[in-house]
Design a binder for this molecule. Structure first.
Ligand code: KG4
Ligand code: ZN
Length: 333
């Protein structure tokens, strides 16, 4: 079979990224231009600033991805871009650029769901992984427990009712003075602490999650006692959140009778969460997670998800628009 080269473009939040992926699994290049340093001073992503920076960066990032891949623009078979969910102004930059390239080069345009991309990052890090499996998508904007039925069919079995996990990490980190983005900073500091502080855990009647309670509890503890040991607080926060994540994931895996469990999204880079999930391997589960650079936003994962949509002939046309609230099962072919 002929090799298929996908150019992926990602611009849903604060990373401008372009990547060339061969046959959906082999990364030839993955250029990530992060705006973290720009948004850090504001304590979070400022949408208008993000859009402007995407516009400034996108041409260079795409050109660099092509150059590093060792293949030419003409050899690209299709162009996959994130069209949602995300910040509308940010998404529009990648979507418009991909549409222009698709038109100019006369190559198929593949509209890719950002969440499908996070899940597909596992295909790159684990070439042997095939659906079906259970995937826990934990990022700055999403917390979804997903039944990945096949490469393009997904069912959400649980989701957060309030904050996404990453959002809770980022808010807690900001309040206790660790800065933005909070996830990696809490990850680091928690290693110096002990999980000795009791925090509330939410147990809902189904497999949904809720993190606003624990977030508020941590913030209140810090406000009441500014001398409280921050490392212990971070360690306790991570432990309680991880227990909630594992309980729901295990229940879903058991109901579906599936032993393959994958993690995805920025928060799946968390070392404590990874190590706790890995312990499930002694109970007969196989745990997958992407390498750290593929956990947070990047275009290689978008190219991988786009490749599988391309194989099914699901092409978009030039009427494609950004869909900021795109749901996991929304179809745009
Ligand atoms: O997937 P992502 O790059 O963007 C979204 O699609 O939302 O995820 C970003 C989130 C941020 O909330 C960040 O704090 C969190 O992932 N994150 C982490 C770690 N690295 C990134 N959270 C916990 N531990 C980490 N090591
Ligand atoms: Zn993301």
């Amino acid at each position: 079979m002929k090799d298929i080269y996908t150019l992926g473009i990602e611009s849903s939040c604060d990373e401008t990224s372009a990547s060339v992926v061969k046959n959906g699994r082999e990364v030839l290049s993955n250029i990530i231009h992060s705006q973290i340093a720009i948004h850090e001073q504001f304590g979070g992503v400022v949408p208008e600033i993000a859009s402007r920076n995407h516009i400034e960066a996108i041409s260079t990032v795409v050109a660099e991805a092509i150059r590093k891949s060792g293949i030419t623009m003409e050899e690209i078979d299709n162009i996959a871009c994130t069209y949602g969910p995300g910040l509308v102004g940010a998404l529009l930059v990648g979507v418009s650029y991909a549409k222009a390239l698709s038109y100019a080069l006369d190559k198929p345009l593949i509209a890719t769901n950002h969440i499908h991309g996070h899940i597909a990052a596992n295909y790159i890090s684990h070439p042997e992984l095939e659906p079906p499996f259970v995937c826990l998508v934990i990022s700055g904007g999403h917390t979804h427990l997903v039944h990945v039925k096949n490469y393009t069919e997904f069912e959400i079995l649980g989701k957060t009712r309030d904050d996404a996990v990453g959002e809770a990490f980022d808010k807690v980190a900001r309040v206790i003075g660790l800065g933005y983005p909070g996830g990696p900073k809490i990850d680091k500091l928690a290693k110096d602490g002990m999980p000795t502080i009791e925090l509330p855990k939410t147990q809902l009647e189904n497999w949904d999650f809720s993190f606003s309670g624990i977030k508020t509890a941590v913030i209140n503890l810090h406000h009441k006692n500014s001398e409280i040991n921050k490392a212990d607080l971070c360690s306790s926060f991570e432990k309680t959140i991880t227990e909630e994540l594992i309980e729901n994931t295990l229940q879903v895996a058991q109901i579906l009778n599936i032993t393959k469990i994958a993690l995805a999204g920025g928060v799946s880079a968390n070392s404590y969460i990874r190590s706790e999930f890995l312990k499930l391997e002694s109970r007969g589960y196989k745990i997958y997670y992407p390498e750290p650079v593929l956990c947070t936003d990047n275009a290689a994962m978008i190219a991988s998800a786009g490749y599988y949509k391309y194989l099914e002939g699901k092409y978009a046309d030039l009427s494609l628009n950004a869909v900021p609230n795109l749901k996991i099962n929304e179809i745009n072919s």
